[in-house]
Design a protein around this ligand. Structure first.
Ligand SMILES: [Zn+2]
Ligand SMILES: [Zn+2]
Length: 390
């Protein structure tokens, strides 16, 4: 039996269990850095399959690394398992986690034979937008010695190398002074007006930024009562650009708009966060080509998506991993249209037969790609040399 058939057989033995794991995660959504049950369930399954598991790595209680095999090529599969406030697993991270477990257990069946070490890295808090799990794990050395990394993300349709852009989330706080809004308005300093001025300024600078830049946010605190001049307001904003370099050009323009709010109203402004942004994704072309072939062999071709192929999409901290380690991040379709990621309707699609099929196909395509990386001599040489030089 060849290595890919052996991995496929192993996957067949655990498929129904992984679907159950995916559904269980979906039924218990946990927010970033609070994924206690989710991380435990995912790590437990790998433990039961004979992986050596280290929990709470890098001072992150909901991160882990689980490894199997003793081969010289070390491939990491990233497992995300955080959910979104209010709308649960509306990004399908339940599928990502189960898929990572499936891929690693299937490939581990032949790891020593083909010369692989496989690790699942449990990466918390992908949705938080700043200083997220993978960024902290990278800083603290969790990816040291890894030669290639991959993960597959659910989406409305299959897409091999989506244009994933850089992003930075930050919080803005304005401080003014309370006063009776009718009897003594001249004694008040209005922190809600500061936000209004800032949002107007942000609206105006849209004419003078790149068409691929994004600025979007919400007011999280707008005041407490209509008859009290608001003294404390807050907003959360995300800025995005095609690259970290362009993001660094956009940032001061947007920060100046928030400064304008403070100047106009005599409030004090404080900006927190934004210090550990998400990088753009650099897809490794050779790895992506192998993944494409494996996906097609499973009867899952990549359709021509026209303008979608080059249109900027979302952001992920897998981008940061991809700048440090050759990586791929294909999107796998769960047949959800018109529902798209970050909608409650998409969350409902993440436990359908189409989602379960995506789990199986994505897991196997990753397992086979890991086997290809180990058995292609030139690619293997390139991956191991790149990391030794790093
Ligand atoms: Zn998301
Ligand atoms: Zn996501």
């Amino acid at each position: 039996m060849d290595a890919k058939t052996a991995a496929q057989e192993r996957f067949g033995e655990i498929r129904s269990e992984l679907v159950a794991l995916s559904h269980r995660l979906h039924a218990h959504p946990e927010l970033g850095f609070e994924e206690e049950k989710s991380a435990a369930w995912v790590a437990e399954r790998l433990d039961a399959a004979g992986f050596a598991v280290k929990r709470g790595i890098c001072d992150l209680p909901t991160a882990f690394i689980a490894s199997a095999g003793r081969g010289p090529l070390h491939v990491a599969i990233c497992a995300e398992y955080d959910a979104l406030p209010g709308i649960g697993h509306a990004c399908g991270h339940n599928i990502i986690a189960a898929m990572a477990v499936g891929a690693a257990i299937a490939a581990a069946r032949v790891a020593d034979e083909v010369g692989l070490t496989l690790s699942v890295i449990g990466t918390p808090a992908e949705e938080v937008g700043n200083a997220s799990g993978k960024i902290l794990l990278l800083e603290r050395g969790a990816f040291q010695g890894i030669h290639a990394a991959m993960m597959v993300h659910p989406a409305p349709f299959d897409m091999l190398a989506a244009k994933i852009i850089a992003a930075s989330m930050f919080e803005v706080h304005y401080t003014g002074k309370e006063s009776h809004a009718s009897a003594f308005p001249e004694l008040g300093i209005n922190a809600a007006d500061a936000l209004t001025v800032a949002q107007t300024a942000v609206g105006l600078i849209r004419q003078h930024i790149r068409s691929t830049d994004r600025i979007h946010g919400i007011v999280t605190q707008g005041g407490d009562a209509p008859n009290v001049v608001p003294a404390h307001t807050r907003a959360k904003y995300i800025i995005r650009s095609e690259t970290l370099e362009q993001l660094n050009e956009l940032r001061p323009k947007v920060y100046r708009c928030f400064g304008a709010g403070a100047v106009a109203t005599n409030t004090k402004v404080r900006i927190t966060g934004g210090d550990k942004p998400y990088a753009e994704m650099r897809h490794d072309a050779a790895m992506a080509a192998l993944y494409r072939r494996n996906s097609e062999a499973l009867g899952r071709p990549f359709p021509n998506l026209g303008e979608w192929e080059t249109r900027p999409t979302g952001s992920t901290d897998m981008g940061n991993v991809s700048l440090a380690v050759p990586s791929i991040h294909p999107m796998i379709g769960i047949d959800s249209l018109p529902a798209v990621n970050h909608q409650p309707e998409f969350a409902a699609h993440c436990v359908t037969p189409a989602a379960d099929k995506a789990l199986a196909d994505g897991a196997l395509a990753m397992a086979w790609t890991a086997i290809d990386l180990a058995t292609d001599p030139s690619l293997r040489a390139r991956l191991t040399a790149a990391r030794e030089g790093a």
